[in-house]
Design a protein around this ligand. Structure first.
Ligand SMILES: Nc1ncnc2c1ncn2[C@@H]1O[C@H](COP(=O)(O)OP(=O)(O)O)[C@@H](O)[C@H]1O
Ligand SMILES: CC(=O)N[C@@H](CCC(=O)OP(=O)(O)O)C(=O)O
Length: 265
């Protein structure tokens, strides 16, 4: 299916996205493009775990997911955050359906390391047919990263990784990571374009660290497949120029300079 744009809304920003952001998503449909939202919710899960007084730890940026932690993570991701985004799209005049990567199933995942990480998965197989059906029906899919466990049950999957797998499965034209920073930065400045090779170097010298690592890794994986362009950008309207473009970091497969401004409409 042509025209799919996967937009990953990071947990860092998901509760502060503006009305204008959702209106632009809805507008994309009018231009024959199909936005697909994959969202995170790490900070909201942290708050809920605190409320329930459940301890949480991270191993290499991934949440160690005990059965108790999983219950809370799924409730927040596939319930609270997912339904909030659906509501915002509907308020902006669009049609949306809230699902998870376990529906379809869109993503079948495998346990990474049961001892170290518990119920955390990495995508193994994907099936885009449910997403295609919703897009064809004029509905914007809003997808939580909770995925089906190939061995039975469900697994917690990092939202950047899940979004990359969805983009690749749908042969998305473009993938946008919406987060709380205006792009990949070095020495306080946003880098407008990065080739995969340049991104690898920034990972190696640790200019890219923490939560930016899975985004850039997912971007590089997508670019190895069908996705032509990946953008990492801020979701807040404050950084958005009046000409309707979004500014951020465009990561491309090639070595030629990419556009500095990325059209979204
Ligand atoms: N080189 C970099 N440029 C910009 N942000 C970076 C960089 N390296 C690490 N980061 C961190 O990555 C964070 C975004 O990742 P994360 O907090 O996981 O967001 P999200 O919830 O949107 O996925 C930024 O807030 C910043 O602290
Ligand atoms: C395995 C793992 O770490 N899963 C993540 C899923 C949510 C996520 O990735 O949300 P962000 O967009 O805020 O990063 C978690 O439990 O926090």
């Amino acid at each position: 299916m042509e025209g799919i744009v996967v937009v990953k809304c990071g947990g860092s920003t998901v509760t502060s996205l503006t009305e204008a952001f959702f209106q632009e998503l809805v507008e994309l449909k009018k231009y024959g493009r199909h936005p697909v939202i994959v969202h995170g919710g790490g900070p909201v899960i942290n708050e809920m775990l605190e409320t329930f007084q459940v301890e949480t730890t991270f191993v290499n940026g991934l949440r160690k997911t005990t059965p108790e932690v999983f219950q809370v993570a799924e409730m927040v991701l596939s319930g609270q955050v997912n339904k909030m985004i659906v509501e915002k799209i509907q308020e902006a005049g669009g049609q949306a359906a809230g699902i998870s990567c376990a529906d379809g199933p869109i993503v079948q995942a495998e346990v990474i390391d049961e001892v170290q990480l518990g119920l955390v998965g990495q995508p193994a197989d994907t099936d885009p047919s449910l997403i295609y059906s919703l897009c064809e029906a004029g509905i914007i899919p809003v997808v939580s990263p909770v995925s089906q466990n190939k061995a039975g049950g469900r697994l917690n999957v990092n939202a950047d990784t899940a979004a990359g797998a969805v983009a690749e499965a749908c042969c998305a034209e473009e993938m946008v990571f919406v987060t709380d920073v205006p792009g990949v930065q070095a020495e306080g400045e946003v880098i407008p374009t990065l080739t995969k090779e340049e991104a690898k170097a920034l990972l190696q010298d640790e200019t890219i660290y923490g939560g930016m690592i899975p985004k850039v890794q997912a971007a590089m994986n997508c670019l190895d497949g069908h996705v032509k362009k990946v953008v990492i950008a801020s979701g807040t309207a404050a950084e958005k120029p009046a000409d309707g473009t979004i500014q951020g970091t465009a990561i491309t497969a090639g070595t030629t300079p990419a556009e500095q401004k990325v059209e979204t409409g």
